[in-house]
Design a protein around this ligand. Structure first.
Ligand code: HEM
Length: 414
């Protein structure tokens, strides 16, 4: 959890030149906030010459993050240049192919492949999903043990989001735990919990590819399927993808549809424990639900960073970013930028501009599933209000994820 009271040292004591916000110890011990505060104030475009991930720039202010996101011609997301996480993606090559999905592509392929799948989360389909989500969410809450401690992450956050993902992919429901497993592998560094080596990671990804290739072959035959695998197998832009492109897209959809929303569901509980008056407010006034969803996502910021690689020299706030440099946009910091969000550390469901948060990114890669995520969270909160008067978290979530994850704050998932 991100408790300001356990933060040491204060931001004023931190030596600017030595700041490496990608230092995993800062995340494990939840001490990163004052470092970001110092960077936003005194060096918003900060160069770290030496880190476990090599040299990199940290972009920490709200406006600068928008500027980098909007400039996809200079700042590339492509796998071949390093991808979107601070840890270079290039290690994920299989034979001659680089693992790449829509999130790790630049135009024009990015738009072509995104358009192949984005229809699934278009407004009319969200209306269709709403009934299913409501039924399932109610059932999950209904089955919770009464007067007993239980694992919120497993029984609610993981269960609800995995069920949703299985629906989007029309994935065999009884095997849905495999989606959670592949998502966890995609966001964890070998040796840090669920997998012990890169070899194991590659082996399990091959199993994922094998499983989905079978689904792909089946779906290619039938033309009436409305699910992500059918869409990928039938759209001309994706029908002839190489296997690593297929796997890359499967993984971005699995991680996107699973990890992030689930972290918000867990994060909301943390928020309500720390700010119990907000739970009271919401109970009294359900009209605040939509804004509460945005505020949860802002306050928790499920994806802490995205990375880009400069394709040419670029000057920002007088700093010279060189061609080939790694540029990390820290959403977690942008969402606490006091010039945009007053009292940014406070969780306030009435915050006027909560919706301006950066947690979904910005520009051409802005989260494709954001409407669905908001819908899921709104229904989740509606059910939560029926069952919960007071939140008491019995055990701090264990830090499991690593800085190279796309979602550092998945550490909430324990
Ligand atoms: C609270 C929940 C979520 C958060 C915070 C979140 C956040 C993000 C972020 C930060 C990006 C990258 C944006 C950028 O690079 O500018 C992204 C991309 C993406 N997200 Fe989400 N996401 C969430 C839920 C979902 C869901 C439910 C789906 C399910 C379909 C999804 C699918 C995607 C896809 C496919 C992309 C790649 C888009 C592209 O590259 O064009 N996300 N998301």
């Amino acid at each position: 959890m991100h408790s300001p009271e356990v933060m040491t040292p204060s931001s004023a004591d931190i030596i600017l030149d030595k700041i490496n916000v990608a230092d995993i110890d800062l995340w494990d011990s939840q001490r990163f906030w004052p470092f970001f505060e110092r960077l936003r104030r005194d060096d918003p475009v900060h160069y770290c010459a030496d880190s476990a991930y090599g040299p990199y720039w940290s972009i920490t202010s709200y406006e600068d993050i928008l500027a980098i996101e909007a400039n996809h011609r200079v700042f590339s997301s492509a796998s071949k240049h390093g991808g979107v996480i601070i840890h270079d993606d290039l290690t994920m090559t299989f034979g001659n192919y680089v693992l790449e999905g829509i999130i790790t592509m630049d135009p024009p392929r990015h738009q072509e492949q995104r358009a192949a799948v984005s229809g699934i989360v278009a407004r009319p389909n969200l209306a269709h999903f709403e009934t299913i989500i409501r039924e399932r969410t109610a059932r999950v809450f209904n089955n919770l043990p009464i007067d007993q401690t239980f694992d919120w992450v497993e029984m609610i956050s993981v269960e609800l989001t995995t069920q949703m993902l299985a629906t989007l992919l029309d994935f065999p429901f009884e095997d849905r735990h495999m989606l959670t497993r592949w998502s966890n592998i995609a966001t964890t560094e070998p040796g840090q919990g669920i997998i012990i080596s890169q070899e194991q990671r590659i082996k399990e990804f091959k199993e994922c590819l094998f499983y989905f290739t079978k689904l792909w072959r089946e779906r290619k035959q039938k033309t009436d399927g409305f699910d992500l695998v059918s869409m990928l197998s039938q759209n001309p832009a994706t029908a002839k993808m190489n296997p690593m492109n297929f796997l890359g897209n499967v993984l971005v959809l699995i991680v996107g549809g699973n990890d992030t929303t689930r972290n918000s569901m867990t994060g909301s509980l943390v928020a309500f424990q720390k700010f119990p008056e907000e739970l009271e407010k919401l109970k009294k006034n359900p009209a605040l639900l939509d804004n509460a969803v945005s505020e949860i996502i802002r306050w928790q910021t499920p994806i802490a960073h995205m990375r880009r690689t400069a394709l040419e020299d670029f000057e920002l706030r007088g700093k010279k970013i060189r061609k080939g440099d790694k540029v990390v946009m820290w959403y977690v910091s942008g969402n606490r930028d006091e010039t945009i969000f007053k009292n940014a550390d406070v969780f306030d469901i009435e915050r006027e501009n909560a919706r301006r948060h950066l947690a979904f990114g910005f520009g051409i890669h802005r989260c494709m599933g954001r409407g669905l995520a908001e819908l899921q969270l709104k229904i989740f909160l509606t059910e939560l209000l029926k069952y919960i008067d007071r939140v008491e978290i019995m055990h701090e979530p264990d830090a499991q994820c690593q800085i190279s994850c796309t979602d550092i704050q998945a550490c909430l998932c324990g």
